[in-house]
Design a protein around this ligand. Sequence first.
Ligand code: FE2
Length: 310
Amino acid sequence: MALRGVLRLGEVCIRVLDMKAARRHYGDRMGLIEVMTDAEGKHYYKAWDEHDHHCIVLREADSAGIDSFAFKVYDDQTLTDLEEKLNAYGIPVERIAAGVYPKSGRRLQFVLPSGHTMHLYAEKEQIGNTLGTSNPGVMPDEGVVRGFRINRIDHVLLGGVNIDENAKLFQEVFEFDMTERLVDADSKQSLALFVSCSTKPHDVAFVLQPEPNRFHHVSFLLDSINDLFHAADLIGKYRIPVDVNTNRHGITRGATIYFFDPSGNRNEVFTGGYVHYPDTPVLTWDTSDLGAASFSQDNTPRESFFNVLT
Ligand SMILES: [Fe+2]
């Protein structure tokens, strides 16, 4: 397999205002699997088809948003190489020893031009997806896949300043591809930039905001449109606040639902989207067709979708 270097989004640390309500949302309703509580009262979750110990960390705080997000890289040498590249690029890097973050090997920590704190790590304890690795079958035991039937964490959308610089950093240092961009029709200013380190339409995206370090959403992959509709039924049943009900993005072509956790952090569940390869041309949308770029089934942009961030 050719995918090396930076592999995927591995972890998002989300600040929540009320841990009890957050656990009900992420655990009981969405069906993420709670795997650990640490001494500081943070709660750790994984999706069923992930092998690593956790992908979501919830921390109770006075404000919503994210503390940090982390990408997993292929191996320790990759981490060493990327530290050199970040330093040469002019990004100060802090080294964090193995074990400081539970179940995790050593990390690199740095701040993006958009103001977000990002980590890179190569090691995290693997606890498996319950199928095992010998004649694994295709479905885990009853009760493992619950709630929204989430397969895995997929991507984050970050709001902030200097998004062109973010995209340049991801392309030049982390070797991501730009897949799509949304620009102002008149000024050609970048409004949203989508970058991929895989065959997905994006692994992270940046949306222009007047303030640094804002959080737009974290997204989770579902298997199918059936599962998306099933999640929509549960969102209705549990009166979970909806931002955008079932629709499809023009950008990425993913079928999507956006909703909010009890602290106002936006979540997405999605399925589908095209396959990206490194020789796929960059797709450019502009604001003259903003409705189709954002929600292609009704071609209607949503005010809240562009302006509500935590
Ligand atoms: Fe998304």
